[in-house]
Design a protein around this ligand. Structure first.
Ligand code: ZN
Length: 516
């Protein structure tokens, strides 16, 4: 698409994002920026704006422009020049004014499959997310055996409403679809339908862990999702291949954290990813493959999308920026980095970056799954646990965007438009969060103002979550979210938190993904 891309560049007078055919985010409407600005100016309200962000470069997924942003009653109401008086003005000269990050894969205040509660509450997790430039998180309402999903979502909503400082939505983990008991399946179907009507249309299933589903159950969930127009997110690793390798390692006395990576063989990801793709094609049900970590995984997704399968896929910050050698740190230190799938090799990282460049992978999330490095979390089975006794997961909400801005934009891999696309716009679009992921008239006033030159070195325990360690301690990033605004309200500025828990009710969600 060289011609189209060149035209886009000329209109913007600033470097634009690559025209990304696969993403659907490229600008195709043919309107020039000049026309757009005139329109936007005409929408300017006669009353005083609540907030004007002045003099920055506004970055959206498809273009950048020098513009002021006017916000009233929590929404963007004007975009252009000379927007007039406002109750509050923020000078953004030399700054990038970007949509707040949308992190669609995190675990907050959730009891994990092994019965352990995450270290973070909604308050601590969303505080951490806000410091990291995010204004929306999507976490998991987890069904455990015997629970009705309607009750699970009701209880989880109460926790979120009490603690959250930014907007949120949920994926509903389905772990108990009793396909043989017709009555139970009908109850689940009724719950899923009612939740979908309320805007909860994202289901999550596992092919591994205690909460894994059988193939028959997975097909039943796909069929339910299809009825309500939902999306099914999947943790895809083959459970029995992993358990086979775990047993083999334990018998051989291989208990150190590094054997976690070896046990979660790359073939276990490849097998489950391919199987889930075929299930998706069999029932014509859109899926989102979570945390692709291997070259084989990327290739399977690429081939599926080329066939027209309704398959989305993400990778996570740590697969792009860490390799399996982090698990081999002295003593039990490697436990801090145990997550599933595990970190892989440099060749896999190259494949993931290529997958993002080509659009095979659409988004990058954190998979924030926080456990403290003590007896309440990583070391709950003692001071020297075997690799399979270490809870899986790492903190990531706060570091995702600065690490990715540094890796993508500061190091010249992508421009800021692509960064916004993969970390905010596309996640919002895929999960039907209509008013998120863009700075445009009518969108929510969710904005992060970035200093692209600011350098920050991560310390051992400098995050605002409740985890107590930073897996990226010692790394220096260039580019930093200095001011974070949620629905027009400044919630983080100059390293200070200006929001309190419970300021979001998350009631305006419309999770309504309709496929690729
Ligand atoms: Zn996860």
């Amino acid at each position: 698409m060289p011609d189209q891309r060149a035209r886009t560049h000329r209109r913007c007078r600033l470097p634009c994002g690559e025209f990304d055919r696969a993403s659907g985010c490229g600008r195709r409407d043919g309107r020039t920026l000049a026309a757009r600005s005139a329109n936007e100016r005409s929408l300017k309200l006669s009353t005083k704006l609540d907030l004007v962000i002045q003099g920055g470069i506004v970055v959206n997924a498809d273009h950048m422009q020098r513009a002021d942003v006017g916000i009233s009653e929590g929404r963007v109401v004007a975009l252009g020049e000379a927007l007039g008086d406002a109750k509050q003005t923020i000078d953004a000269a030399g700054r990038l004014v970007m949509p707040g990050g949308v992190d669609t894969h995190c675990h907050i205040e959730q009891v994990s499959g092994n019965g352990l509660l995450n270290a973070d509450t909604f308050e601590t997790a969303t505080r951490s997310a806000a410091f990291g430039g995010n204004t929306t998180v999507v976490s998991h309402a987890a069904q455990h055996k015997g629970n009705r999903v309607a009750a699970v979502v009701k209880d989880y909503s109460a926790l979120a409403a009490r603690g959250a400082m930014v907007d949120y939505a949920f994926h509903i983990i389905v772990s108990d679809p009793e396909v043989e008991a017709l009555e139970a399946l009908e109850a689940l179907e009724a719950d899923i339908a009612a939740l979908a009507t309320d805007g909860h249309r994202s289901l999550k299933i596992f092919t591994t862990y205690a909460i894994r589903l059988s193939d028959a159950q997975i097909l039943a969930v796909f069929a339910l999702a299809r009825k309500v127009g939902g999306l099914v997110c999947i943790h895809a690793e083959n459970h029995d291949m992993i358990q086979h390798a775990v047993r083999r390692n334990l018998v051989a006395g291989n208990v150190a954290p590094k054997f976690h990576a070896q046990s979660h063989t790359r073939l276990a990801e490849a097998e489950a990813v391919c199987r889930m793709i075929r299930f998706s094609e069999f029932l014509d049900q859109p899926i989102m493959l979570f945390h692709i970590s291997t070259r084989e995984g990327v290739e399977a997704v690429r081939e599926a999308r080329a066939r027209g399968a309704k398959v989305f896929a993400e990778t996570c910050t740590h697969y792009l920026l860490m390799t399996a050698d982090v698990l081999d740190r002295p003593g039990i230190e490697g436990a801090k980095f145990v997550c599933s799938p595990p970190q892989r090799e440099v060749a896999d990282q190259d494949a993931l970056w290529e997958g993002l460049t080509r659009g095979d992978l659409q988004i990058v999330t954190s998979d924030h799954a926080p456990f403290r490095f003590d007896e309440t979390g990583k070391l709950n089975k003692g001071k020297a646990p075997a690799f399979n006794e270490i809870p899986n997961g790492m903190p990531g909400l706060e570091v995702r965007l600065p690490l990715l801005f540094d890796a993508m934009v500061s190091r010249g891999r992508f421009d800021a438009c692509r960064f916004v696309q993969m970390t905010s716009s596309r996640p919002a679009q895929i999960f039907g969060l209509r008013d998120k992921g863009r700075i445009a008239v009518g969108a929510d006033g969710d904005i992060a103002i970035w200093n692209p030159k600011r350098q920050v070195r991560y310390g051992d325990n400098d995050l605002h979550d409740n985890v107590g360690y930073n897996p990226y301690a010692g790394r220096t990033v260039t580019g930093w979210p200095e001011i974070v605004i949620s629905r027009g309200e400044t919630i983080v500025a100059d390293g200070q938190l200006l929001a309190g828990p419970g300021r979001r009710i998350g009631s305006s969600w419309n999770l309504a993904s309709k496929g690729v």
